[in-house]
Design a protein around this ligand. Structure first.
Ligand code: FAD
Ligand code: FES
Ligand code: FES
Length: 497
């Protein structure tokens, strides 16, 4: 299956800035951050937390976009493994200065607005600003906040950095030159890897396979049923950097072309397991605005540019953000082992804490998210200590249909209330068939206390969790019966949370 049969290539090919790299004999778990600092001696990219939280290690990755140009995205170099660079361009703060020595507009703006003091966070901020600039610049405070939420600064304060974002946004890229640069890079990358065999590394430290089709992936996973599937690495990366695990072998699904599509029909959105949150966002937002907003609040821009909905499901976490919403919507997942596929309602996938309905050698191929039927209200609320870049304490998601004042359909799913994301069946029963009024709301809240016995941990006490979950039902009630009542921050206020 691997190199012995000649079905794979064993060198990692990518562009570091404009320079071609072809790496052999690399420990597949080496992080991009370690590679840059220890092997390339490029120390501009910093290590703050080594777990995707602080943004000091932010780099920009570019990939051919399939139409002759390049797509760019920020990622956290501390939790990405070097082989995932194959076929991509890696840009760091060292690559921004022009050949004549002039600072890039985003660097110049940081200087002019005094956006840097000790400077430790600065390269990470500069790379997030560079991404904004690549995307055409930004003046809107909310959008700038969103782009910078994954970068932490302990000294300067965010005001000058946000000012720098605005200032740099006004210095537009020269379109013709920039487009030409991008198409040249895309052509070089394509020439480097297209028509070559997929990457496989068999290193003393561990093996790594990067199939390019789901058929290849299925065959590899059957051959290596104990392999760790690697998607965006926003969980798996931390197993290596924080838990010091050795993973052998790793099967990377980020190069599997047929897992990277988002398909939208009249009734559903189907998301391939290799689709990042950033790419899934718009389609999920069209399913229901609150699902889009949930996805927008996952981690940071860098995390959403790498992490996948498939990974959020497969990791089985009781506090993953998408599962409760997808369960309330009635989503299904397609699991595949070899040539056999099965469709499982998402709510049945989560058996108990740490145990999912997934066999060895079986992977999540796609997620099928039905669009709500006409008249079905869908609401989802994430409660966390911080608004951005924080893991959920409690998440409630509700699908409610009321006809002539009576509830005809109600699905309520919660995260953070049990060992798995779970429906609140007693609560649902207390509501269905009843008038949608305060009496029913009270009954639903009392029933919720029968559905769950939440635990206390560092994020919240069990009493807090229950009270918040019950209050989320009140919020649902208000939003569905008195839409004129302001329950959410909007516009300018939302930009300042
Ligand atoms: C800083 C930070 C902030 C975060 N914030 C949030 C947040 O706000 N909300 C939230 O829900 N999560 C958050 N996370 C957790 C993480 O981003 C998500 O769980 C993410 O969806 C994982 O997806 P991934 O593609 O990165 O998965 P990976 O890390 O690649 O994999 C996760 C797990 O799923 C398995 N897996 C992945 N894909 C498949 C597949 N197709 N088939 C079978 N198994 C598979 C892997 O083997 C592994 O066990 C955060 C993480 C970090 C580091
Ligand atoms: S070092 Fe903190 S996000 Fe990477
Ligand atoms: S300038 Fe010191 S951490 Fe931001």
């Amino acid at each position: 299956m691997a190199n012995a049969t000649g079905s794979f290539r064993n060198d990692i090919r990518f562009l570091l800035g404009d320079e071609e790299r072809s790496l052999r004999d690399v420990d597949p778990q080496m992080t991009v951050l370690d590679y840059l600092r220890l092997e390339e001696r490029k120390s501009g990219t910093k290590e703050g937390c080594a777990e995707g939280d602080c943004g000091a290690c932010t780099v920009v990755l570019g990939e051919p976009n399939g139409t002759g140009g390049m797509g760019y995205r920020t990622v956290n170099a501390c939790i990405q493994f070097v082989p995932t660079l194959d076929g991509k361009q890696l840009l760091t703060v060292e690559h921004l200065k022009s050949k004549d020595g002039n600072l890039h507009p985003v660097q110049q703006a940081m200087v002019e607005t005094h956006g840097s003091q000790c400077g430790f966070c600065t390269p990470g901020f500069v790379m997030s600003l560079y991404q904004l600039w690549l995307d055409g610049g930004e003046d809107d405070r909310g959008a700038i906040n969103d782009a910078l939420a994954g970068n932490l600064c302990r000294c300067t304060g965010y005001g000058p950095i946000i000012e720098a974002a605005r200032k740099a946004g006004g210095v537009a890229a020269n379109d013709a030159i920039e487009q030409k640069r991008r198409s040249d890079v895309a052509a070089r990358l394509t020439a480097m890897v297209d028509g070559t065999k997929p990457l496989a590394i068999e290193h003393a430290a561990g093996r790594y396979y990067a199939p390019r089709t789901s058929d290849e992936l299925a065959a590899l996973f059957v051959a290596h049923p104990d392999a760790t599937v690697l998607a965006g690495g926003t969980d798996v990366g931390l197993w290596v950097t924080k838990m010091l695990k050795r993973l052998d072998p790793i099967i990377y699904i980020g190069d599997v072309a047929d897992l990277k599509s988002v398909t939208e029909t009249d009734d559903a959105v189907i998301i391939g397991a290799g689709v990042t949150y950033s790419r899934a966002h718009d389609a999920l937002g069209r399913v229901a605005a609150d699902v889009g907003e949930l996805v927008r609040r996952i981690g940071s821009r860098q995390i959403r540019n790498a992490g996948t909905v498939g990974g959020n499901i497969a990791n089985g976490s009781p506090i993953g953000d998408t599962p409760p919403a997808l369960i309330a919507l009635g989503a299904k997942i397609v699991l595949r082992m070899g040539d056999i596929r099965r469709e499982v309602p998402l709510e049945d996938f989560f058996i108990t804490y740490g145990k999912q309905d997934r066999h060895k050698g079986e992977f999540v191929e796609s997620v099928i998210v039905p669009k709500p039927a006409k008249g079905l209200a869908f609401k989802a609320y994430k409660i966390s200590k911080r608004f951005d870049q924080d893991i959920t304490a409690v998440l409630g998601a509700f699908a409610l249909q009321v006809e002539n004042g009576k509830v005809t359909e109600f699905r309520a799913a919660f995260g953070g209330m049990a060992g798995t994301p779970m429906r609140a069946k007693k609560c649902e029963t207390a509501v269905i068939g009843q008038d949608w009024n305060e009496t029913t709301l009270g009954a639903a809240q009392r029933a919720l206390a029968q559905d769950f016995a939440p635990m206390s941990d560092m994020r919240a006490s069990k009493e807090y969790r229950m009270l918040v979950a019950q209050n989320l039902l009140t919020k649902l009630f208000i939003e569905t019966t008195a839409p004129e009542v302001a329950t959410r921050l909007v516009g300018k206020e939302a930009a300042y949370v």
